[in-house]
Design a protein around this ligand. Structure first.
Ligand code: G4P
Length: 522
C-alpha cells in the first residue's frame, strides 16, 4: 500500500511506545530476530530484565554501551530496511523521549491485554498525537488471561479518542487461547504454528481447526467487531486518527510477523519533515537532517560524543560536508555511524529515514539542522520544555567548579537537564521535567565527572522563556524582577516563578511579554 519512491531505497523508521512491563523489550527482540539479528536477542532481554529495578537501570545507563548502541536498531525484512528507535523506558516524561518521537515516521503502541492503557502509554501517545504520528496497536500477552477484546478496544477508542480497527483477532485467551484470526485476509493462525487460508468465517475448515466453543465465540465476536468498529482507512491511520489493532503475544511469537507485515504495508515511508521556510521532502536531492539526540561519554575513557541525526532528504555519503544552521559552520562527516543492531558500523551512504551517528567534540547540539546547501532549511518542532522542577546546584568541593560547569554543559546538551544562570548570584539552577532526571543527573555527575554535588531546593517552581516585540519591554521587566530572572545556555532571558499562581499574575500584568513554556532553537 505504500507508494514506493523512485530512485531511493525505502525505509520504515519507527518507535515502540508502551508502559514498563507491557513487553516492549520482548517485542523488540522478536522483531530483530525476524529481521535476522538473532545475536542481539539475549542482550535486549538482559537489558529489559535489569531495567525493572531502578538502581540497576541507572547502572546500565551509566555503562552507556548497551543503551546507546541499542538506541537505534536497524534490521532488514523482506528487502526493506527498518529503523527502530528506542524510547527511554523510565516512567518520567523526558525531553529525550519527545525528541526521539520527532525522528520517527510511525509508532507501535504495545498494550498489556490484562492491563489496557496505562499511564506511560497515554503520555507517550499524547506526544505522538502532537505530531500526528500514525500508530499501530499491538495488544500483547494474549497467551495469558486478559481482558475481553471489546473492553480493550473500547478503552483505546475512549481514552485516546482514536478510531480503532481490529485487524487480527484472538481466538480465546490465556488457557483457552487457540490462535489468531486475520479478519481482513481470512487466515487462521493456529497456536501450534502455520497459517491456514480460509474462504471466510463460515468456511467449514474452521470447524476442524478450532474447538466448537471457541469458533462460535469467534464468529459472534468477529461479526460484532465488523459492525461496531471503523473500517480500515489508510488515510485516517496515516493522519493519526485511526489505529489498526493487532492482538498477539511477543513472548510466544504470535502475531509478530503480522505486525511486521503491517509496518511494511501500512506504516508510512519517510514523511516530509516540518521546516522553515518549507517542509523538507524526502525526494529533495540535497541532504538535510536534524539532530534529535546527543549522547556524551559513550565511552568514559574517551569522552566522545555522538550526535544522532535523522536524515530527511538527499543521499548522504561519507565525507560529505554539511552546514550547521545557526553557526553557518561546515562540518565534514568523515566517520558517520550507522546502527546495525549491536554493531556500530561505519556508514558509506544513508537515505532519508536513516539515523546517522556523528562523532563530534561538542559542536553539534540537539535541534541543529544540517544541510548540504548552507541555509537551505531549518527544521522546526524540536522544542525544549519549561522545567517543572528547579534546583540549586551545591558543590561539595568548591575547587571543582570548572568540572561542574563542563558536566552541566554536556548534560544539558544531551537534554538530561536544562541549566539556568540567575541574574543575581553565581549558583547555577538546573531544571528538569521529571524527578528521575534529577537522580540521573546526580549519579552521572558522580560517576562520569567525579563531581560531588547536592541539589538544594530553590524558591522557584517553574520557568518561562521571555520574548516581546519590543526588546525594551523585556529589559524593563528584567530590571524590575532581577531576583527571578535568569538566562539559559543560549543567553535567552528566563523568568522563574514561585508557583502557577504567581506566573499567572505576572503574565496578566505584562500583556506585551510572551511567557513561553517551550522553546525551539533558532
Ligand atoms: P518491557 O520492555 O515493556 O518493560 O517488558 P518486557 O519485554 O521486559 O516484558 C515484561 C514481562 O512480560 C517479562 O516477564 C516478559 O517475559 C513478559 N512478557 C512479554 N511478552 C509476553 C507475552 O506475550 N506473554 C507473556 N505471558 N508474557 C510476556 P518477566 O517475568 O517480568 O521477566 P522475565 O523473567 O521473563 O525476563
Amino acid at each position: 500500500m505504500n507508494d514506493r519512491p523512485t530512485g531511493r531505497p525505502d525505509r520504515r523508521t519507527f518507535a515502540i511506545i508502551s508502559h514498563p512491563d507491557a513487553g516492549k523489550t520482548t517485542l523488540t527482540e522478536k522483531l530483530l530476530m525476524t529481521g535476522g539479528a538473532i545475536h542481539l536477542a539475549g542482550e535486549v532481554k538482559a537489558r529489559g530484565a535489569t531495567r525493572r529495578a531502578r538502581s540497576d537501570w541507572m547502572k546500565i545507563e551509566q555503562q552507556r554501551g548497551i543503551s546507546v548502541t541499542s538506541s537505534v536498531m536497524t534490521f532488514e525484512y523482506d528487502g526493506l530496511t527498518f529503523n527502530l528507535l528506542d524510547t527511554p523506558g523510565h516512567e518520567d516524561f523526558s525531553e529525550d523521549t519527545y525528541r526521539t518521537l520527532t525522528a520517527v515516521d510511525s509508532a507501535v503502541m504495545v498494550i498489556d491485554a490484562a492491563k489496557g492503557i496505562e499511564a506511560q502509554t497515554r503520555k507517550l501517545f499524547e506526544v505522538c498525537r502532537l505530531r500526528s504520528v500514525p500508530i499501530i496497536t499491538f495488544v500483547n500477552k494474549v497467551d495469558r488471561e486478559g481482558r475481553e477484546p471489546f473492553a480493550l478496544l473500547d478503552e483505546i477508542a475512549d481514552q485516546l479518542a482514536l478510531d480503532v480497527c481490529p485487524m487480527i483477532w484472538p481466538v480465546g485467551m490465556g488457557g483457552t487461547f487457540e490462535g489468531l484470526y486475520d479478519l481482513a485476509g481470512h487466515r487462521l493462525l493456529p497456536a501450534a504454528g502455520g497459517s491456514v487460508q480460509v474462504a471466510g468465517l463460515d468456511d467449514p475448515r474452521l470447524d476442524e481447526l478450532v474447538s466448537a466453543d471457541a469458533l462460535a465465540k469467534l464468529r459472534e465476536e468477529a461479526e460484532l467487531a465488523g459492525a461496531g468498529y471503523a473500517d480500515f482507512d489508510l488515510a485516517a491511520y496515516r493522519h493519526g486518527d485511526l489505529t489498526p489493532v493487532y492482538f498477539g503475544s511477543a513472548l510466544r511469537d504470535f502475531g509478530v510477523p503480522e505486525l511486521i507485515d503491517a509496518l511494511r504495508d501500512l506504516a508510512p515511508s519517510p514523511r516530509p519533515q516540518p521546516a522553515a521556510p518549507a517542509p523538507v521532502d524526502p525526494d529533495d536531492p540535497a541532504v538535510a537532517g536534524f539532530i534529535f539526540k546527543v549522547q556524551a561519554n559513550m565511552n568514559p575513557q574517551h569522552r566522545d560524543r555522538v550526535a544522532f541525526m535523522r536524515l530527511c532528504s538527499g543521499r548522504f555519503r561519507r565525507g560529505m560536508k554539511l552546514n550547521q544552521s545557526g553557526t553557518g559552520k561546515a562540518i565534514a562527516v568523515h566517520s558517520p555511524i550507522l546502527f546495525f543492531a549491536q554493531n556500530r558500523e561505519v556508514a558509506d551512504e544513508a537515505w532519508p529515514g536513516d539515523i546517522i551517528g556523528i562523532p563530534n567534540h561538542g559542536t553539534l547540539r540537539v535541534g541543529d539542522t544540517l544541510t548540504e546547501v548552507a541555509g537551505a532549511a531549518s527544521f522546526t518542532g524540536l522544542p525544549n520544555f519549561a522545567p517543572e522542577i528547579l534546583r540549586r546546584v551545591q558543590l561539595a568541593d568548591p575547587t571543582k567548579t570548572k568540572q561542574l560547569r563542563k558536566a552541566l554543559d554536556d548534560l544539558s546538551e544531551e537534554g538530561v537537564i536544562q541549566v539556568f544562570h540567575p541574574a543575581i548570584g553565581s549558583q547555577m539552577i538546573v531544571g528538569v521535567v521529571g524527578q528521575l532526571q534529577l537522580e540521573v543527573l546526580i549519579s552521572r555527575l558522580q560517576h562520569e565527572y567525579k563531581v560531588d554535588a547536592k541539589l538544594d531546593a530553590s524558591p522557584w517552581d517553574t520557568a518561562r522563556w521571555l520574548s516581546a516585540d519590543n526588546e525594551g519591554d523585556i529589559k524593563d521587566f528584567a530590571a524590575n524582577h532581577r531576583n527571578a530572572m535568569a538566562s539559559d545556555r543560549d543567553g535567552q532571558p528566563v523568568f522563574m516563578a514561585k508557583d502557577a499562581w504567581e506566573l499567572n499574575y505576572v503574565m496578566q500584568r505584562h500583556p506585551t511579554l510572551r511567557f513561553s513554556a517551550t522553546k525551539e532553537r533558532a
